[in-house]
Design a protein around this ligand. Structure first.
Ligand SMILES: Cc1cc2nc3c(=O)[nH]c(=O)nc-3n(C[C@H](O)[C@H](O)[C@H](O)COP(=O)(O)O)c2cc1C
Ligand code: SF4
Length: 523
């Protein structure tokens, strides 16, 4: 009998974008030609994106990684005996021993890259549904208490305590309540939501179902951006299979509790990631920010109490229920408990996903993981937390990544995305871009944002031409005050963060004299 070897080839968008499907095909046909039996499993990505397509071979010594593999490499890999884990120029040894992966603290991403994303058995073999099983035997208020005690805060950007939000909805009586998962993932440099949905979709469904039981909601929506077609397919397949197996729908696993989910595809507006715009969009309207109160937790989707949580917030819930709130809150620092999947992008040698406890630093992420700049030039600035996040100079790269520590330096951790720039970056251009981005993406409801961002971009043009420099810098600062204080939501309210941080830390790019503060002061 010929022995069958399992070969893993990721089906994640990042791997497919660099040819993973062609590599899978090449492996299948090469094996056929050589009369060798291979079982190709399309797994999620481990998040070592510079090595994609990163293929693995199951051996008695563990999974052996090879990458980046192109179809042209496949015959050579067979010749070298990769099916038994033999060495090759593209071999990286045992996957879990690769330092980038080994040093991580993967809680939310524990299964991603390891399992077959849509295989329910594989999910359960790797601790899947353990949290939900426990939750099904608990009173709603106890689930809410566990999530509160874990210290989990919203991973979508605002870092609001998840348990407190859930408590509000639980305590609001209504004939219908909803769970709305925010999978719009509009921030620059972010992809962790997508990686979970493509690499471990049942984890998100499990988290949403636990949320539903916790607040007595029976229906959920995943608001998923149209730019993520593979995630949409994977989530829809996972929903169908979970429903067939009794993990969604009526009377889940005979518990007497009901919860079902559907995917709604967003058309791709940054503002539709803002929770109340998302509700408008889910209701079939043009996404526009709503006034608060009422809070969505009390009056949200279709006027009903609605929990809105980010994908990562919800995908972090199963492990909290399974391993306990204490286990989760043991990671992290201060009021930032647990882990965050940081997403390393921009000018870095080793871009990818790095899940670590709060408290790590940018320096560690940029150099120990990211390997420094891809261009070989010195890194100069890092934008953390998406397009509304501050640009951090080197003097701030040792500040611990913690929500409060970042607030103290007028920055934000947000969804954990970071975009690195080398010393060729023009920070005045980046400041202008921040204003232009706001102008393009503004929902238009309030004047400081709708008009202010356009005026801001115009002023930045004049500053870059060095026209009446000090007068225009003063005007820009005044405009930033107005946007910060007068905007209805964080799009207008936080666009000043990248603008002001650029002026403060990189004044020479604006034609200003560097102050002693701009070089060294971490505040
Ligand atoms: C302009 C803007 C865009 C946003 N985009 C997203 C997004 O893409 N995904 C997300 O989860 N939260 C986004 N948020 C934050 C949401 O409004 C909301 O705080 C979040 O979905 C709540 O979930 P959480 O508590 O789990 O973080 C955005 C906020 C603003 C102001
Ligand atoms: S700040 Fe901008 S995006 Fe937010 S409500 Fe006002 S106009 Fe809309």
């Amino acid at each position: 009998m010929t022995q069958t070897t399992t070969v893993y080839v990721p089906c994640d968008t990042a791997a497919v974008a660099v040819g993973a499907n062609d590599v899978a095909q090449a492996i299948a046909s090469e094996a056929k030609q050589r009369k060798l039996s291979v079982n190709i499993v399309r797994n999620g990505s481990h998040g070592l994106l510079w090595l994609e397509p990163l293929i693995e071979v199951a051996t008695p010594n563990g999974r052996i990684a090879y990458g980046p593999v192109s179809p042209a490499d496949v015959a050579g890999l067979f010749d070298a005996g990769f099916l038994s884990g033999q060495n090759h120029a593209l071999c990286h040894g045992v996957t879990q021993e690769i330092p980038y992966l080994k040093k991580q603290q993967r809680l939310t991403f524990a299964r991603v890259g390891i399992t077959d994303p849509i295989c329910l058995d594989d999910y359960q073999r790797h601790d899947g549904f353990k949290g939900l099983k426990r939750a099904l035997g608990m009173a709603s208020a106890d689930i809410v208490e566990a999530v509160t005690h874990s210290g989990l805060r919203g991973r979508g950007g605002a870092a609001f305590p998840t348990g407190i939000k859930w408590k509000t909805t639980l305590e609001t009586p209504a004939d219908q309540k909803y769970i709305a998962c925010n999978a719009d993932e509009g921030d620059s440099g972010t992809f962790s939501d997508r990686m979970i949905m493509e690499g471990d979709p049942y984890c998100l469904l499990e988290g949403m179902t636990i949320a539903g039981i916790a607040v007595e909601a029976t229906y959920g929506y995943i608001y998923l951006r149209s730019e993520y077609p593979l995630a949409i397919n994977t989530m829809n397949t996972a929903i169908e299979r979970a429903r067939e197996a009794g993990w969604l729908g009526k009377n889940i696993q005979g518990s007497g509790r009901d919860f079902d989910v559907e995917v709604r595809v967003g058309a791709g507006a940054y503002i539709c990631g803002e929770e109340t715009s998302m509700l408008d969009s889910l209701e079939g309207k043009r996404g526009e920010v709503r006034f608060k109160p009422p809070l969505p937790a009390i009056r949200g989707l279709f006027g009903k109490p609605t929990i809105i949580n980010n994908v990562i917030s919800l995908a972090s819930v199963p492990i909290i229920l399974d391993k306990g709130a204490e286990y989760y809150r043991d990671y992290g620092m201060g009021r930032s408990r647990g882990t965050l999947p940081f997403q390393l992008t921009g000018n870095l040698k080793r871009g990818g996903l790095v899940e670590l406890a709060f408290g790590t630093t940018l320096r560690e992420l940029l150099f120990d993981y990211g390997g420094g700049s891809a261009s070989g030039r010195p890194l100069r600035a890092v934008q953390v937390g998406g397009p509304l996040g501050a640009y951090l100079p080197e003097s701030q790269w040792d500040v611990p990544l913690d929500y409060e520590a970042y607030m103290d330096i007028a920055a934000m951790v947000g969804h954990g995305g970071l975009v690195a720039f080398d010393d060729t970056v023009d920070m005045a251009e980046m400041a202008q871009y921040a204003m232009e981005f706001c102008a393009i993406e503004s929902c238009g409801k309030c004047t400081p944002c709708r008009v202010g961002s356009i005026r801001g971009a115009e002023i930045m043009e004049k500053i870059r031409r060095q026209e009446d420099l000090s007068q225009h810098i003063d005007l820009l600062q005044e405009l930033c005050d107005t946007m910060e204080e007068g905007s209805l939501c964080a799009l207008g309210g936080m666009t000043p963060y990248p603008v002001r941080s650029a002026i403060k830390h990189f004044p020479q790019d604006f034609g200003l004299k560097p102050s002693p503060q701009s070089a060294a002061d971490p505040a």
